[in-house]
Design a protein around this ligand. Structure first.
Ligand code: KG4
Ligand code: ZN
Length: 387
C-alpha cells in the first residue's frame, strides 16, 4: 500500500514527487522532496525552434515535447540519483496551456503512474507559479506569510490572485492554498507585449530579456513618445497591454528615422547576431529611450495595480512569479514600493520564474497529502482556471 504523506514524514522519510511540465514551450521534469527541497530540475527550452516565428507555434511545440519528454525525465531522475520506482508520485500539468503540448506530458505522466502503480497528481500550471515563490524562499529558509497577493506575469498570463491558507501564519509545504482572482489581462499578457515590441523593433525573440537590458542602457535621452497609464473600465485591477504595443507600432511607423536601424538589426538577426552586445551598437539613443519608455509603462502598470490589490486585501506579502518576474526594473520597483508600504515582496530566481517542473512537483505536494489523485481518464484542460 502507498504510504501517506504523514506516515512517511513521521518515519523521517521524504516524499519525492516527479513533476512533469509541458504546457507551453518548455519540456521540464524535476524531483522535489516534501514540496520544498529541489533534488533536480531539468528544462529543455524550445526557444531555438520558435525563434524564427517570433512566438510559440503550437504544432512545433507538441512535436518538440514528444522528442524531449523521455530524455528530460531520465535526466531529472539521474540528477536526483533516483530510479523511477523510488519516486512516490507523478505530478503533471493539466492546464492551462496549449492542448497538444499538455497532452504529451499528461499521457507520459499517466503511463508512468499506471505502470509503476504510483499516484498521479494533476496540477494547475498557475498554482505551480505560486509555489515557485515558496521554493525560492525556502532556499533562504524563509516562508512568505499569508494572506498574500500574487502577480503571475509571463508570456501567456498576467493575473492577480489573493492567496490564503486555512492556517495563516505558520505555512508548511503540505498546506493547501485557496485562491481568489482579483484581476487579469483583458488582451495581451505583459510578456507577449515584450515579445511583440521586440519583434517590431527587430530585437529578436524572446523580447523580455533584451528589452530589459536595452532599457537599462538608455542614457538620459528624452523619450521620443510618452505612454500614459492604461485605463481599464470596470475592474481597476484588470490589465491591458495591446494598446501599448499598438502605440509603439504606430510611433515607429510614423517616424521614418527608425527604418534604417530596424533593417540593419534584421540583417544582424539573419546572420545569427542576436546577443545584447551585438544589437546594442545597432540601436540609436532614440530607440533605447523608446524601449525605456515602453518598459516604464509596463512596470508602472504592473506595480500600481498589484500594490492597489495588496493594500485593498491588507496582505502580509507580495508574490511575483512568471517569466516577466525576472525583469530587473520590475523587481527594483516592487522592492521599493513594497518597502514603503510595509509589505514583504518575494520573487523566484530567474530559473524558477520561467516555466519549470520543480514548481509543478511543489504544487503537487499538498494535493498528494490530501489524496487528490487523478485516474487514467485525466485529460488536458487548455483553459483550466485557478479561481
Ligand atoms: O514564464 P515563461 O517562461 O513562459 C510563459 O510564457 O509561460 O515566460 C516567458 C516570457 C516571455 O514573454 C519573455 O519575453 C518574458 O517572459 N521575459 C521577460 C524577461 N525575461 C523573460 N520579460 C521582461 N523582462 C525580462 N527580463
Ligand atoms: Zn508559465
Amino acid at each position: 500500500m502507498e504510504k501517506t504523506c504523514e506516515s512517511r514524514n513521521s518515519n523521517s522519510m521524504s516524499t519525492r514527487i516527479l513533476g512533469i511540465e509541458s504546457s507551453c514551450d518548455e519540456t521540464a521534469a524535476a524531483v522535489v522532496a516534501d514540496g520544498r527541497e529541489i533534488l533536480s530540475s531539468v528544462v529543455a527550452s524550445q526557444i531555438d525552434v520558435h525563434r524564427k516565428y517570433g512566438g510559440v507555434v503550437p504544432e512545433l511545440a507538441s512535436r518538440e515535447h514528444l522528442r524531449q519528454i523521455v530524455p528530460v525525465v531520465r535526466e531529472a531522475l539521474s540528477q536526483a540519483s533516483l530510479k523511477l520506482e523510488e519516486v512516490d508520485a507523478i505530478a503533471v500539468t493539466q492546464g492551462p496551456g496549449l492542448v497538444g503540448a499538455l497532452l504529451v506530458g499528461i499521457t507520459y505522466g499517466k503511463t508512468l503512474a499506471q505502470s509503476l502503480g504510483k499516484p498521479l497528481v494533476p496540477v494547475n500550471h498557475l498554482e505551480g507559479h505560486v509555489h515557485a515563490v515558496f521554493l525560492e524562499a525556502h532556499k533562504a529558509r524563509r516562508t512568505p506569510e499569508l494572506p498574500a497577493v500574487c502577480l503571475i506575469v509571463s508570456g501567456g498570463h498576467t493575473v492577480l490572485y489573493e492567496v490564503t491558507a486555512e492556517n495563516s501564519g505558520a505555512i508548511d509545504s503540505g498546506q493547501l492554498f485557496a485562491y481568489r482572482k482579483l484581476g487579469q489581462t483583458r488582451d495581451d499578457a505583459a510578456g507577449e507585449a515584450y515579445d511583440k515590441v521586440a519583434k517590431l523593433l527587430a530585437l529578436g525573440y524572446p523580447g523580455g530579456p533584451i528589452l530589459d537590458r536595452l532599457a537599462a542602457a538608455a542614457d538620459g535621452a528624452p523619450a521620443p513618445v510618452k505612454f500614459g497609464p492604461t485605463k481599464t473600465r470596470g475592474n481597476a485591477l484588470d490589465f491591458s497591454f495591446s494598446g501599448l504595443k499598438t502605440a509603439v507600432l504606430y510611433h515607429v511607423r510614423e517616424d521614418a528615422e527608425y527604418a534604417g536601424e530596424i533593417r540593419r538589426r534584421e540583417e544582424a538577426l539573419a546572420r545569427g547576431e542576436r546577443k545584447f552586445e551585438q544589437l546594442l551598437p545597432l540601436c540609436s539613443p532614440k530607440t533605447l529611450a523608446l524601449v525605456r519608455e515602453f518598459q516604464n509603462a509596463v512596470v508602472r502598470d504592473l506595480v500600481d495595480r498589484t500594490m492597489t490589490a495588496a493594500q485593498r486585501a491588507d496582505v502580509e506579502s507580495l508574490l511575483v512569479s512568471g517569466g516577466v518576474a525576472a525583469n530587473s526594473q520590475l523587481r527594483a520597483t516592487f522592492e521599493e514600493r513594497a518597502r514603503s508600504a510595509g509589505i514583504e515582496v518575494f520573487f523566484p530566481s530567474r530559473a524558477l520564474s520561467t516555466d519549470n517542473a520543480a514548481m509543478i512537483a511543489a504544487a503537487a505536494y499538498p494535493r498528494f497529502c490530501a489524496g487528490q489523485f487523478a485516474d487514467v481518464t485525466l485529460n488536458a484542460d487548455p483553459s483550466l482556471a485557478l479561481a
